[in-house]
Design a binder for this molecule. Structure first.
Ligand code: FAD
Length: 190
C-alpha cells in the first residue's frame, strides 16, 4: 500500500483513489478454483491509529473501515466482470497494517520505496545498487531496480552479477540467441 502522507481531502480524494484503483487478477488453478486479488492504494494514516493493536483484535471500527473499502473495491470489480458475482465463495480484506504485520513492510507499502522523482535522482540511484561499500554485503530486490515482480527479478540479476562480477544480462542475451538459433535449426530439420 502507498504510504505517502497524502492529505486526506475528504471523500473527493477517496473517490478519486478508488476510481484509479488498480485491479490485479492472479488466477491460480487449484482444483478448479481461482483466486482474485484486488489491490488499491491508500494512505497509511487512514489506519495508523490501530498500528499498536493486536492483529485480528483491532476492533469493530477498524474492521468496518477496511471492510467498507474492500466492499467498494469488490463492487467495482463486479461491475467490470459481472460473471464472477455468483461465483464468490470466500472473501477477505487486508489493510496497510496487514502488509506491515504479515510482510514486514514498515508503512504497509507493497511496492517498496515510493516511485518519486527523488528516488530516481542520480544521487539516490547511485546508492540503490547491488554493490555496497561494505565488503561482502550486497543489496537485491525491487528497491535496487523498480517495483513489482519484474523489478525484483532484475534486482536479483543485478545482485548475482555483482557477486559474480559478471554482466549477466549479456549472458542472458547470448543464451536467448542460442535458444533461438537451436529452435530455428530444429524447425528447418522438420
Ligand atoms: C498484495 C500484493 C500484491 C502484489 N501484486 C503484484 C502483482 O500482481 N504484480 C507485481 O509485479 N507485483 C505485485 N506485488 C509487488 C511484489 O510482490 C513486490 O514488488 C515483490 O515481491 C518485491 O520483491 P522483493 O524480493 O524486492 O521483496 P519481497 O518479496 O518483499 O521479499 C523480501 C523478503 O525479505 C524478508 N524479510 C524482510 N525483513 C526481513 C528481516 N529483517 N530478516 C529476514 N528476512 C526479512 C521478507 O519476509 C520477504 O520474504 C504485490 C505485492 C503485494 C503485497
Amino acid at each position: 500500500m502507498w504510504h505517502k502522507n497524502t492529505p486526506n481531502k475528504s471523500a473527493k480524494v477517496q473517490r478519486l483513489l478508488f476510481f484509479i484503483s488498480t485491479c490485479i487478477v492472479l488466477i491460480s488453478v487449484i482444483v478448479g478454483k481461482s483466486n482474485l486479488l484486488i489491490i488499491t492504494i491508500c494512505p497509511y494514516k487512514w489506519f495508523d491509529r490501530w498500528e499498536d493493536e493486536k492483529v485480528k483484535k483491532r476492533g469493530g471500527e477498524y474492521d468496518g473501515l477496511k471492510n467498507a473499502i474492500g466492499r467498494q473495491m469488490l463492487n467495482q470489480v463486479i461491475q467490470m466482470f459481472p460473471q464472477i458475482e455468483d461465483k464468490i465463495a470466500y472473501t477477505d480484506v487486508g489493510s496497510p497494517l496487514s502488509n506491515k504485520y504479515y510482510l514486514g513492510f514498515d508503512k504497509g507499502e507493497m511496492y517498496g520505496l515510493d516511485h518519486t522523482m527523488q528516488r530516481f535522482s542520480p544521487e539516490v540511484s547511485s546508492e540503490l545498487r547491488a554493490q555496497t561499500d561494505i565488503p561482502g554485503l550486497f543489496l537485491t530486490g525491487q528497491d535496487i531496480s523498480t517495483c513489482g515482480f519484474t523489478g525484483a527479478m532484475f534486482g536479483g540479476m543485478f545482485c548475482a552479477g555483482a557477486v559474480l562480477n559478471r554482466k549477466l544480462h549479456n549472458d542472458l542475451e547470448t543464451l536467448v540467441k542460442e535458444i533461438r538459433k537451436n529452435n530455428d535449426t530444429k524447425k528447418k530439420s522438420l
